[in-house]
Ligand binder design. Structure first.
Ligand SMILES: Cc1cc2nc3c(=O)[nH]c(=O)nc-3n(C[C@H](O)[C@H](O)[C@H](O)COP(=O)(O)OP(=O)(O)OC[C@H]3O[C@@H](n4cnc5c(N)ncnc54)[C@H](O)[C@@H]3O)c2cc1C
Length: 455
C-alpha cells in the first residue's frame, strides 16, 4: 500500500517524489561494492530545523524508515535508499551560522561542506582540521555521523576531537542541544560523543559547534620519501612517530597506488620504479626538525627525499593524495577496505595484506594514514559493477578476521554502513552488541532511523 504523503507539509520544493530524483538520490555513487539499495518513496530537501522535525514526526507516526543524507559520499553505502524510506537530505541546510575566533569555534548547519568551513575559517586566521579525502565534497553532518578521519587526524584527531556541541533532532521530533562551546565539559554522560560516528541511527544532526585551530606559525614543510617496500616505509613511520617532531601527516602509497596516480594525473611519481611512497608533513617546522626528519628517514632506509615549503606545490601534493580513490577506480572500480591496527602491527598487517592479495590474484592498491595505523588495502577490479568475484571476496574474508585477531578494527573512519555489517559480530562481543541495540532503542524506540545499518 502506498504511503499518503499529503499530510507531510513542508515548504514548496522540499518534498520530491519524482522517480528520476528518487533514482538518483537512493544511490551512494562512491560505494563501489555491490550493495542492495531499496526504493525510497520521497526525498526531503530540508532547509530548516523545523523541516527536519516535521519530517521525523511524520515518519514516526507512519512508521516510515528515514535515511539521513549529507552529500552521499559514503563509501560504506550508509546513506543509500531503503525500501519505503524517506531520504532526509540535509545538503541545503548549509549555512555557516557563526565564526567565533574569540572562542576558536564555529557554529555550522549540518549541510555545510567541510572545505567551505575550512576556507571561511582561514579567512579569519584559523582552520578546520579534519580533512577526509572528500573534504571539498562532504558535509560536516556526514563527517560527524561517520566520525570522518583524514590525513590531519594524526595531529589533530578525527572529527570526534573537533566537535564540541551538537543540535540533534530525535526520531520523535524533539530537538536536543548537547555539549556546548567549551573545550572541556564533564557535566554528564557525553551524549555529544555518542552521536559522533552513529551513522544516522540515533538522531539527525542539524547543527554543530566545532573547534577551529589557529593557522600554524611559520612554514609548513611537506615531503615525499621513497622506500624499497611498504614494510620499510612502515618502519620509518614508527621512527618518525617516536622522534617527537609531531608530524601532521604520514601517508603511505604502494607501487600500484603510485602507478595509478601517475596514469590518472599524468605525472611521474614512479618513473624510476619507486615501490613505496611516504607523504609527510610538518605544519610547525621548528628549527632543526627538518634536518632531524631527513636524518631519521635516511637511516630508516629512505631512497629519495624531496621536501617543499612552496604552498602551490604543497597543494598539488595534497590534491594528488586526495585523488587516489578516483585514480584506483579509473580501471573499473575500487573495493575499499578501511582497517586500523595498533601502530606496532602496521608492518605485519601491510605484509599480510600483500600476501593475501597475491594468494588470491588481487591487484592491491595499498594506501592510508600510516601514522594512525589506518590502512586502505583496496582491490582494483576491472568490472564496473556486479557481484564481487569469488577471489576478491576470499581476500576480504581472509584479511579482516586477521585484522580483528591482532586487535584491529574493520572500520577505522568510513563507518559500517551496510558494507561492513557482517564483520561487526566478529569484532564486538555479544554483550556489547546487545548494549548497542539497547542504546539505539532509547533514542529511536520505533527503529525508523537508518534501520539495518551499523549493526
Ligand atoms: C573521494 C573520497 C575520499 C574520501 N576520503 C575519506 C577520508 O579520507 N576519510 C574518511 O573518513 N572518509 C572519507 N571518505 C568517505 C566519506 O566522504 C565520509 O564518510 C564522509 O564523512 C561522508 O559525508 P557525507 O556528507 O557525504 O555523508 P553521507 O555519505 O551522505 O552519509 C554518511 C552517513 O552519515 C549519515 N548522515 C549524514 N548526514 C547526517 C546528519 N546530518 N545527521 C545524522 N546522520 C547523518 C548517513 O545516514 C550515513 O550513514 C571519502 C569519500 C570519497 C568519495
Amino acid at each position: 500500500m502506498s504511503t499518503d504523503l499529503t499530510t507531510l507539509v513542508l515548504p514548496d520544493g522540499e518534498l520530491v517524489t519524482e522517480p528520476p530524483v528518487l533514482a538518483e538520490y537512493r544511490l551512494n555513487p562512491y560505494t563501489q561494492e555491490t550493495a542492495a539499495e531499496g526504493q525510497p518513496i520521497a526525498v526531503v530537501f530540508a532547509t530548516s530545523v523545523a523541516d527536519v522535525q516535521t519530517t521525523l514526526q511524520f515518519a514516526t507516526t507512519h512508521h516510515i524508515p528515514v535515511v539521513t543524507q549529507g552529500a552521499r559520499t559514503s563509501i560504506a553505502n550508509g546513506a543509500a535508499g531503503l525500501d519505503g524510506s524517506i531520504l532526509l537530505n540535509l545538503s541545503r541546510l548549509n549555512h555557516i551560522v557563526a565564526l567565533q575566533p574569540e572562542n576558536q569555534t564555529a557554529v555550522v548547519e549540518a549541510g555545510v561542506l567541510n572545505g567551505d568551513l575550512d576556507q571561511a575559517a582561514r579567512e579569519v586566521g584559523y582552520f578546520y582540521a579534519p580533512d577526509p579525502g572528500s573534504k571539498p565534497i562532504s558535509t560536516i553532518g556526514g563527517n560527524i555521523a561517520t566520525n570522518a578521519g583524514g590525513m590531519a587526524s594524526l595531529k589533530y584527531g578525527t572529527t570526534r576531537e573537533n566537535v564540541l556541541g551538537l543540535k540533534v533532532v530525535l526520531a520523535d521530533g524533539r530537538l536536543l542541544e548537547l555539549g556546548g562551546a567549551t573545550f572541556k565539559n564533564n557535566a554528564s554522560y557525553d551524549l555529544t560523543d555518542l552521536f559522533i560516528g552513529s551513522e544516522g541511527t540515533l538522531g539527525v544532526v542539524v547543527e554543530a559547534t566545532v573547534r577551529l585551530r589557529p593557522i600554524p606559525f611559520g612554514d609548513t614543510v611537506t615531503g615525499l620519501a621513497t622506500f624499497a617496500d611498504v614494510h620499510a616505509l612502515t618502519h620509518a613511520v614508527q621512527v618518525l612517530q617516536a622522534s617527537g617532531v609531531n608530524p601532521s601527516m604520514l601517508e603511505v602509497l604502494n607501487r600500484v597506488s603510485i602507478e595509478a596516480l601517475d596514469e590518472y594525473e599524468g605525472i611521474d611519481l614512479g618513473g624510476r620504479g619507486e615501490q613505496a611512497l611516504l607523504i609527510f608533513q610538518l605544519d610547525v617546522a621548528v628549527a632543526g626538525a627538518l634536518d632531524l626528519v631527513d636524518d631519521l628517514l635516511r637511516k630508516a632506509g629512505a631512497q629519495t627525499i624531496d621536501v617543499t615549503s612552496d604552498p602551490a606545490r604543497t597543494a598539488t601534493i595534497i590534491k594528488i593524495r586526495q585523488d587516489i580513490f578516483a585514480a584506483g577506480a579509473q580501471y573499473g572500480r575500487l573495493i575499499v577496505e578501511d582497517i586500523a591496527v595498533p601502530l606496532g602491527q602496521l608492518a605485519i598487517v601491510a605484509d599480510r595484506a600483500e600476501a593475501i592479495a597475491a594468494k588470491h590474484g588481487q591487484r592491491l592498491l595499498l594506501l592510508g594514514h600510516a601514522g594512525d595505523g589506518n590502512l586502505h588495502p583496496d582491490i582494483i577490479l576491472e568490472s564496473k559493477d556486479g557481484a564481487l568475484p569469488a577471489e576478491t571476496q576470499a581476500y576480504i574474508d581472509e584479511l579482516l578476521p586477521f585484522v580483528i585477531s591482532i586487535g584491529g578494527t574493520v572500520s577505522a573512519e568510513h563507518g559500517i554502513g551496510t558494507i561492513k555489517k557482517k564483520w561487526v559480530p566478529q569484532q564486538l562481543s555479544p554483550a556489547v552488541q546487545t548494549l548497542q541495540q539497547q542504546i539505539k532503542a532509547v533514542f529511536d524506540p520505533t527503529g525508523i532511523l537508518n534501520p539495518g545499518r551499523k549493526f
